[in-house]
Structures are given as structure tokens and as C-alpha cells.
Design a protein around this ligand. Sequence first.
Ligand code: NAP
Length: 331
Amino acid sequence: MSNTTRDVIIIGSGPAGYSAAVYAARAGLMPLLFEGDIAAGGALMNTTEVENFPGFPDGVLGPDLMEKMRNQAEKFGTKFVTASIVQAELDQEVKKVTDSAGNDYYSRSVILATGSRYRTIGLAAEERLSGRGVSWCATCDGFFFKGQDIAVVGGGDSALEEATFLTRFARSVTIIHRRDKLRASKFMQERAHRDQKISFLWNREVTDILGSEKVSGVRVRDVTSDSEEELAVTGLFIAIGHDPEVDVFRGQISLDHAGYVAVDGRTTLTNLDGVFACGDVVDHEYRQAITAAGSGCAAALDAERFLAALDDCASPEEARMEASALAELAY
Ligand code: NAP
């Protein structure tokens, strides 16, 4: 099977990848989707209730939503490979990708829907105490911190959302932020300020996480005075943003100023003919399940137009221009 040249390979299994798969499969393109080694389903697999995905007035659990999307893609003929792509040659007419099991796959078009990964502070103790008090997912781990004093690092919407959620379990939540102004939206800020369990530690950087087996505290530095102090907490949630998953494509694919895959205007066309990108690997602004799903749909439509032009004997460059012109016409 791996030596066949396919029409569409989709890399990534979040809302963008699955939506691209639904559209490509319904167009008869028989997509092959690489869903990752362990974490199929993307970031929503770490979410509990999703209340803002249209069509679910009573909310839906993140993993349930992803399972529904996967089933829908499968129903129309998408094939799945439970592996990650570790190598890609995308700058030729027939693209080649290699998965983590060492198998090669070939395709006339590739849709990148690899999403983004959470940032780390960069401390040695972070990895050592991961799962022992250090966490990146309040909805996954909050339950374990009942009645405890914990801290959240960050000043964006994620940090405030996590902190607010964590007050369901914790006795107190201290938000440690490196500046004296939050980046989070006004609504989130107001909600956090109203919460009696939340307090703020401004202008502080976490310089160390204390504890040998479990987190027992954090050391923080006041960036204005350079003085250090210790805060006794048994949990540290890190919510300082995400980075796009582009390592495998770096050097081939053009990136924007923030390191995300650059696309042509409002289309999903990348700098490479026949390579399209969608979801959080492109988007550092909206980053919602619904916007990722929408851009996955657009990527499948762009790929379909590109392939149709190739079938009409256009060169890859001409096919790309045709797909681009058709996409731009829509706006
Ligand atoms: P973000 O907006 O990029 O905020 C990251 C925060 O972490 C910033 O406050 C930043 O500080 C801080 N930070 C970054 N690197 C750091 C480091 N090495 N050490 C300490 N602090 C560091 O990321 P986000 O909060 O994950 O949000 C991403 C996007 O998703 C945003 O558009 C957001 O609106 C959206 N979002 C929306 C919701 C919602 O509406 N329910 C929930 C979550 C996220 P500085 O401020 O100093 O740069």
C-alpha cells in the first residue's frame, strides 16, 4: 500500500485534520490521515466540556467530539494510520512522507494539520516533576489538587481560564505573571479578579520548581528588583502559550513572523505546490476548534481544486495558480 501514489495525505488528527478528511473523502479523494503515535484527536482530547462548538447546545465532551469527527471521516472512506510523520519531502511533484514506523508514503497533495504544542518554561525541574505536581492541563489534572494551594504561570486567556477552573478543586490559586499587565481578554480578567480564591503575583518569573518526588514549592524572581522568594505550593500549572508543530517541515515550508506555516492570503496554499496547511499550525489568533474545522474544510477544497487542475494536465505550478485563483474568487 505504501508505494501507491495517493491524492491526499493529511497529517494531524485535530478538528482541522478530521474536517479536511471528511471533505476530501466525500470528494472521492480517499485520504490517508496520520493521526499520531499516541495522542490522536489533538488538543481537544485534553478538554472536558466544549460548550461553544455550534450544533451542541448542551455541550459535548472534547474526546466525544473528536470521536464523532473521526467516525464521520471514516464513514466516507478516510483511512487512518496511527503513527506520526517524522520526515517529509514536500518540494517535489509527488510528495514523500515517512512515518515513525519507517514506512514511506507518496501523495500528489499533502494537508498539514499538525496543530501546536504547549510551551515549557525551560527549567530542568519541569520535566522531572511533570506529572508530580507540574501540569499543562487543568482539566486533566485539576481533580488531583483538592484543597491544595497551587500556582498557574502565564498572563493570557489560557492561564486565567485554567486558574478559574482550578478554583473548583484548589484552596487557593496564585497566578504568577512576568509583567504587571495581563494579556487575557477583559472578560477573563474580570472573572479572575472576582474569584476569591485567585490572587496575583506580578512581575515574577519562576526560576525553579522545588521538591524531590513531588512539587513542594516554586522559587520566583521579582524582575523589577531581582530579589527571589519561595512560594509554598503543591502544584504548578504552566499556561504560557503554544508553538506550532512545524519541525518536520522546517526548511521546506515558509513560516510567518511568529513561526506558523505561512499561507497565501485567506487560502490554505503554502509556498509549496500541492501542500496546504490548516488549523492551529497556521493560526495564532483564533485557535478555536470551530475555526480549525473551518480551515480544514478550506484545505480539502483547495487540494481538490489543485488535483482537478493537475488532472486537466496542468503543471503543478499552473495547478497551484488555478487553485489559488479559484479560492481568491470566493472572496
Ligand atoms: P498567549 O495569549 O500567547 O499568552 C501567553 C502568556 O504566557 C502571556 O501572558 C505571556 O506573557 C506568558 N509567557 C509566555 N512565555 C512565557 C515564559 N517563558 N515565561 C513566563 N510567561 C510566559 O497564550 P494563551 O493564553 O495560550 O492563548 C492563546 C490564544 O488562545 C489567544 O488568542 C487566546 O485568546 C486564545 N484562548 C482563548 C480562550 C477562550 O476564549 N476561552 C482560552 C484560552 C486561549 P506576556 O504577556 O508577557 O507575553
